[in-house]
Write a protein that binds this ligand. Structure first.
Ligand code: AMP
Ligand code: MG
Length: 421
């Protein structure tokens, strides 16, 4: 909030960075966090920082795929219900145990699904094809080829194989594979802990009833949700008054817990704009204007060597800034390779008017209709109109210089969630 009224020429391109330049400025100044060995449950969603190699074969032992009898294939070759082979039962191969004894010629062992196949046996005859006669004898009615119903050692993975390549994100199947292969603490890029704070004398928490003129803090929660969606760990530092000392105190109190900071508000031109007043003179954070609407004023730099994102205050500007600048940067810190949202080309169902000289991010609802995408604006352009974001699933990019994108024209749309959600 600025005390002095000031005039913005919202259409002036001079002195503005392009969105690409501003994004490059941010991305070139953030690096992946140093890798850590994390337990699997913490490593979920993180990116592997090295190739993970198999230290042994998987499965580690040959096991039975059926309940039945482990035998030598040569002993049952040609067996049929009319011409069964009678074998002597010499034991039981139990799941979870090394078999006691071996299977010799004319012998067999009971075997359970998943139990190690005893030495000597090379095939399992399922229980359905067995006619058990007391404790010691069985007649087998089928003579499968060697290897039938046996899961061989190393069938899945060989020792030395790459289980997980460096750069791969650990999802559900990767966690299972690493656990199974005996890698309980993979080396990954950790999730950044990001301190989130809102600046503004007018703000109250959403749990309070605002006095006239006060505003419930929206931005901390938008930022929280965006960070969670990225896989980062928000640390909520709350509301900070428009007071340089309070802001600095909060930042330095939380610094120990942080890999990055995001504040909203207080980055415009006024001397009273608190983020600017706190960090501009120190030279840690640059404040600049980007040729975009919403989201023109931006601050970015480093405080205590940690990235600091000074976002504008208006709630829609916050959302767009998160999508355009913060998300790619946080993903880069997490070692992710694909930093940008998917885009589709869609047909506008209504005219969108744009500011001259700025790239407009228009909130739209994108739908897939027959074999093409349509985009319908969810409301007016004002950067305070937060419900227009909640109704949208995409940001249509109306290029600088386009004052009117008429109904029926094609636009590029960044999809920030699937249309079903
Ligand atoms: P500022 O950039 O601090 O001047 O804020 C611009 C506008 O955004 C003002 O109308 C603020 O009241 C509003 N605003 C700033 N921060 C928040 C917030 N956390 N939640 C909702 N509105 C905010
Ligand atoms: Mg403010």
């Amino acid at each position: 909030m600025s005390a002095q009224p000031h005039v913005h020429d919202h259409d002036a391109p001079e002195g503005l960075l392009s969105v690409e330049e501003a994004r490059e400025r941010v991305l070139s100044r953030v690096q992946p966090l140093s890798p850590l060995q994390l337990p699997l449950t913490d490593a979920f969603g993180c990116v592997a920082a090295e190739d993970v190699l198999a230290t042994h074969d998987l499965p580690e032992f040959a096991s039975s795929a059926m309940d039945g009898f482990a035998v030598r294939a040569s002993d049952v070759a040609g067996a049929t219900p009319a011409h069964p082979r009678e074998l002597k039962i010499v034991g039981r191969a139990l799941i979870g145990h090394e078999p006691e004894g071996t299977v010799g010629a004319g012998e067999t062992m009971h075997i359970a699904t998943g139990a190690p196949v005893p030495a000597g046996a090379d095939v399992v005859v399922p229980i359905e094809n067995a006619d058990v006669d007391g404790d010691e004898l069985v007649r087998l009615l089928d003579g499968p080829a060697p290897g039938t119903h046996v899961r061989p050692r190393g069938e899945d993975v060989h020792e030395g194989d790459v289980l997980i390549p460096s750069g791969k994100r650990l999802g559900a199947p990767e966690l299972g594979l690493l656990a199974n292969a005996g890698h309980p603490t993979p080396l990954v890029h950790p999730r950044p802990r990001v301190v989130v704070l809102s600046t503004g004398d007018e703000l109250v928490p959403p749990t309070e009833t605002p006095a006239f003129g006060q505003v419930r803090d929206a931005n901390s929660f938008t930022i929280f949700g965006a960070l969670r969606e990225m896989g980062a760990m928000p640390v909520m530092a709350g509301i900070v008054r428009d007071d340089v000392e309070s802001l600095r105190d909060t930042i330095f109190n939380f610094e120990i817990q942080a890999d990055a900071f995001i504040s909203s508000g207080g980055v415009s031109v006024g001397e009273r704009d608190v983020v600017k007043a706190a960090f501009f003179r120190r030279g840690d954070v640059d404040f600049y204007k980007v040729a975009m609407q919403p989201g023109m004023p931006q601050g970015f730099g480093h405080v205590e060597n940690k990235p600091y994102f000074g976002l504008p205050g208006n709630p829609v500007s916050v959302f767009v800034s998160l999508e355009v600048f913060v998300r790619p940067a946080i993903l880069k810190m997490m070692g992710r390779r694909h930093l940008f949202r998917p885009e589709v080309t869609a047909r506008l169902t209504e005219e969108v008017r744009g500011p001259r000289g700025k790239l407009q991010f228009a909130r739209v609802e994108v739908r897939h209709e027959k074999d093409r995408w349509s985009a319908t604006p969810t409301g007016a352009r004002g950067s305070n109109l937060i419900s227009t974001v909640a109704r949208a699933n995409g940001l249509a990019m109306i290029p600088a210089g386009t004052e009117s994108a008429p109904a029926g024209s094609s636009v590029q749309v960044m999809l920030f969630r699937s249309s079903e959600d």
